[in-house]
Design a protein around this ligand. Structure first.
Ligand code: 4NP
Length: 151
């Protein structure tokens, strides 16, 4: 059965759609199933932010078909690993956990990374550079996650 991975940020329009698209582009669908969600519900049903769509496209990845959804407590039942983009998302997800089993599924995305940083910064209010920077951080973290799985 494939490992089920959920990428989570605040809005599910900037960072976690990139994380979903990048991870899916590297991982075999036989071994991994990946989705994304946001802890807030501001953009439910919307496509990703055009700046995320653009940076992904520049790297050969199409995320334009994704639609925003909110993280729910049922996600703890379905997913094996839940990766939070920053400490605020991590705390919000942990607050919804029902027990230690749920809690054990949650970690920071960059914890997998050895990048010397803990958080993928929110690029929403910044310029386009922020999206490229975030893309690279997530890309490296996804490589680390896959490497950990393979060893
Ligand atoms: P994300 O970025 O969490 O990476 O999707 C944000 C998107 C929207 C908002 C905040 C962060 N917002 O406040 O609407």
């Amino acid at each position: 059965m494939p490992a089920r991975i959920l990428m989570v940020c605040l809005g599910n329009i900037c960072r976690s759609p990139l994380a979903e698209g990048i991870f899916a582009s590297k991982a075999s669908p036989t071994h991994f199933k990946v989705d994304s969600a946001g802890t807030a519900g501001y953009h439910v049903g919307n496509p990703p932010d055009p700046r995320s769509v653009e940076v992904a496209a520049r790297h050969g990845i199409d995320i334009s078909g994704q639609r925003c959804r909110r993280f729910t407590v049922d996600d703890f039942d379905y997913f094996d690993h839940i990766f939070a983009m920053d400490l605020e998302n991590l705390a919000n997800i942990r607050n919804l956990a029902r027990d230690d089993r749920d809690l054990a599924k949650v970690s920071l995305l960059l914890q997998a990374g050895g990048q010397g940083k803990r958080e993928v910064p929110d690029p929403y209010y910044g310029g386009k550079d922020g999206f490229e920077k975030v893309y690279r951080m997530i890309d490296t973290a996804c490589d680390h996650i896959l490497r950990e799985y393979l060893t």
